[in-house]
Design a protein around this ligand. Structure first.
Ligand SMILES: Nc1ncnc2c1ncn2[C@@H]1O[C@H](COP(=O)(O)OP(=O)(O)OP(=O)(O)O)[C@@H](O)[C@H]1O
Length: 340
């Protein structure tokens, strides 16, 4: 769907994209990075609206440097900032955008009605946009990106300004753009966690550089640890403590499950492979404890970047990534350390 090769964009005072190479296939892809990471700049280059300083990029096999118009025919774009005319209704605006994309009048009206219904705007679609809530405006922006039935849509921070419920609704809607219509999606966000359940693939950029590009499951599984919970026994009134000591004797490091209620009874062990499960079974059996739970703990994406947050003294990129990972983790409070 999208391929970039050593793509750079330099403004007089800042390098917005720095030799970025990535390959994005069909599905829902998240482009994640702190404010100023270069996400919007990337989208503008991919739409052929802003020239790259260096490198190449292709969208749907079309070169962004020479085929901008063809790309924009096939790609929908939901900009980050509010850019809707306040005096016209959603219907009038989206019909206009459909006509601009080349649809004949009747088809434009039909597609507009379908698309607005799909994004959840009903009777209010006849009212002027100026009186809409932020959530409704975001839906109009999404509708105009979808109305010409594109193969791919770029959604720039679609959850901006939404409350938690509105944010969840928007994320579900984005997922359905792909599952119901087969349209691939590139969605940007500065919140790592929020794209975790929506995206098949996540690309993380910081200071215009690629930090990581991988499937969401790779992200969340690569740091998987085992969460183990055991009973106490007469012989070992503190079963959890006894378990940790037994692991220590075998040279296996453990941590506890954090500060959530009940987490003190959870022992976390880094899974080195299948044999870790066997070791846990043997250790628990030797101690004569009951095994209440042994499950793979899936990390949230923000946790992958936690080590960066703890070593925030190095180069500027790391500092920014650290501050942002810390913010992302804080924004997920309550869910970030849940065990699934
Ligand atoms: N036209 C421009 N002229 C000069 N600098 C620019 C221009 N557009 C973007 N920049 C700078 O390039 C960097 C990347 O900006 P960009 O808007 O792509 O980031 P972003 O990841 O989309 O962040 P945000 O979510 O805040 O929009 C920023 O430092 C920004 O100030």
């Amino acid at each position: 769907m999208i391929a970039t090769e050593s793509l750079s964009k330099r403004f007089p005072r800042v390098t917005a994209l720095d030799r970025l190479t990535m390959d994005i296939g069909p599905g829902v892809t998240g482009l994640v990075g702190a404010n100023g990471a270069g996400k919007s700049t990337m989208i503008k280059i991919l739409l052929g609206l802003s020239p790259a300083t260096e490198g190449r990029a292709e969208v749907l096999g079309l070169d962004v440097a020479t085929k901008g118009a063809e790309i924009r025919e096939r790609v929908g774009y939901m900009p980050e900032h509010d850019c809707l005319p306040p005096d016209v209704s959603a219907t009038e605006f989206v019909v206009h955008m459909a006509r601009m994309s080349g649809l004949p009048p009747t088809a434009a009206r039909e597609r507009t009605a379908d698309t607005l219904r799909h994004v959840g705007l009903y009777e209010e679609r006849y009212r002027p946009i100026g009186g809409y809530s932020t959530g409704m405006k975001q839906r109009v922006k999404l509708a105009q990106a979808l109305v010409h039935d594109p193969q791919l849509v770029f959604l720039d921070e679609p959850t901006n300004g939404l409350d938690p419920v509105g944010r969840d609704d928007m994320l579900d809607l984005i997922r359905r753009v792909h599952s119901d219509f087969g349209i691939s999606v590139l969605v940007t966000s500065h919140l790592l966690g929020e794209l975790e359940r929506t995206c098949d693939h996540v690309v993380v950029i910081d200071g215009g550089k690629l930090l990581r590009s991988s499937s969401t499951t790779d992200f969340t599984q690569s740091t998987a640890t085992l969460a183990i919970e055991v009973t106490d026994s007469d012989e070992h009134p503190d079963g959890t403590g006894a378990l940790r000591e037994a692991f220590a004797r075998r040279g296996i490091e453990t941590t506890t499950g954090g500060e959530l209620p009940g987490a003190g009874h959870t022992v976390l062990v880094t899974a080195q492979g299948e044999e870790t499960y066997d070791i846990v079974r043997d250790v628990v059996a030797d101690l004569g404890l009951g095994l209440v739970r042994m499950e793979q703990r899936r990390h949230h994406i923000a946790e992958v970047f936690r080590p960066a947050a703890e070593a925030a003294t190095e180069e500027p990129v790391t500092e920014r990534a650290a501050a942002w990972a810390a913010t992302a983790a804080a924004q997920q409070t309550g869910g970030a350390r849940d065990e699934r």
